[in-house]
Design a protein around this ligand. Structure first.
Ligand SMILES: NC(=O)c1ccc[n+]([C@@H]2O[C@H](COP(=O)([O-])OP(=O)(O)OC[C@H]3O[C@@H](n4cnc5c(N)ncnc54)[C@H](O)[C@@H]3O)[C@@H](O)[C@H]2O)c1
Ligand SMILES: O=C(O)C(=O)C[C@@H](O)[C@H](O)[C@H](O)COP(=O)(O)O
Ligand SMILES: [Zn+2]
Length: 347
């Protein structure tokens, strides 16, 4: 269930009343503790006891260590199966919180209150939960749906520009894979700022939700949501391993540039269409220098992608603006050509 929160958070209180939890845990990171919790708490109406649990912000904390800390806190506080976890944060909080909730005592209920654009349009929806392990993105996790996804666009007002832009990448992805009008609307916004993006949040959420509803466990069509991620996640992992993190959306933007060129090389896209897409993305996102990474080490990570089957790397590639094919097999030479294309592209 996806719903916009009104200013007094009525629908959140209605859900809490329906769920009648024995105890409520609110998961935040230090930024959502400062910026979002002061908005939530005055509007929270419940007789259930609640505890706020704060984790350190950042992708580097989406790991088994933090998950273990949370499981231990739940045990110490005797959380039972009627407990409720409210994830108040970006994709790190909703992925980690969803994973911990879906595994503690084989599953307690959770609600996502996304606070970044990326979490609103993507991470909070669809039930993919999880953590990174050995620098592999989301390699441990579950498919577990929240009881509700309640979004409050005003939360975006305190988001840094780079974080807002990161979410914008996943919105552009939604346009490219499923809705040409959404793509055209997004590339026409005056600038990446909440007031200009807010009108398009609902459509982006709908696109993701429509795809997930067709294929919850990502056995077929849901793979199109992974456009840009086969290469994007490999690069994101390499920077994670270096301890020099890049925002997920920037890795996805890099991946979409590469995989759009790959679609052209595979004959799925005309050169004029791929050029327009690449130039639009290039204009919006910073160039990420990957020259320090050998093509072989990038490809090694791609062989660990969760879409793969029978040892083959499966790509999801657009075959037009608003359309995407999954389980596309390409040869190693084409992947090398694409990585060299990106490396030579420069800023
Ligand atoms: N499960 C999925 O379907 C899915 C989809 C897309 C991305 N993801 C995952 O989501 C993660 C990226 O999520 P993200 O981009 O939201 O990053 P994030 O959760 O790290 O949040 C980005 C930064 O913004 C801060 N922040 C959050 N809300 C804020 C607010 N309202 N005001 C001020 N600061 C705020 C956070 O503390 C953090 O420092 C990645 O791990 C990615 O793999 C998951
Ligand atoms: O929900 C999906 O399916 C997606 O692919 C959405 C992606 O934007 C997101 O980054 C997701 O976490 C990637 O999934 P993964 O299975 O490659 O980890
Ligand atoms: Zn993503």
């Amino acid at each position: 269930m996806i719903k916009e929160l009104d200013k007094d958070f009525t629908s959140l209180n209605e859900y809490i009343s329906q769920l009648n939890p024995s105890k409520i845990f609110i998961l935040v990171d230090e930024n959502t503790h400062n910026h979002c919790l002061p908005i939530l708490l005055p509007n929270l109406e419940t007789d259930a006891p609640f505890e706020v649990i704060e984790i350190e912000a950042g992708e580097e904390n989406k790991n088994i260590g933090t998950a273990t800390q949370l499981w231990e806190i739940f045990s110490e506080m005797e959380a039972d199966r009627k407990s409720l976890l409210i994830n108040l944060g970006g994709g790190v909080v909703t992925d980690l919180g969803g994973f911990v909730a879906s595994t503690y005592k084989r599953g307690i209920r959770f609600i996502n209150l996304p606070t970044t654009l990326l979490a609103m349009c993507d991470a909070s929806i669809g039930g993919k939960t999880g953590i990174d392990h050995q620098y592999l993105k989301n390699v441990i996790g579950t498919f577990a749906l929240p009881e509700a996804i309640l979004f409050y666009p005003k939360f975006l007002d305190t988001l840094k520009f780079e974080e807002l832009r990161s979410g914008f990448a996943e919105m552009l992805k939604h346009g490219l894979i499923a809705d040409e009008k959404h793509w055209n609307d997004l590339i026409s916004v005056e600038k990446i700022a909440p007031q200009f993006i807010e009108p398009f949040i609902q459509r982006s959420m709908e696109i993701k939700n429509e795809v997930v509803t067709k294929d919850f466990k990502e056995e077929n069509v849901r793979k199109i949501l992974n456009f840009g991620h086969t290469i994007g996640h490999a690069v994101e992992s390499l920077f994670l391993k270096k301890g020099n993190l890049i925002p997920h959306g920037e890795a996805v933007a890099l991946g979409m540039i590469c995989e759009t060129h790959l679609a052209f090389l595979c004959g799925l896209l005309d050169v004029d269409v791929s050029s327009v897409i690449i130039s639009k993305i290039k204009r919006l996102f910073p160039y990420i220098d990957i020259s320090e990474f050998k093509n072989a080490e990038i490809m090694d990570l791609m062989f660990n992608d969760k879409k793969n089957e029978d040892g083959n790397i499966n790509f999801s590639l657009i075959n037009g603006i608003g359309s995407c094919l999954y389980d596309q097999k390409v040869n190693a030479e084409q992947i090398i050509l694409v990585l060299e294309f990106y490396k030579n592209m420069g800023d």
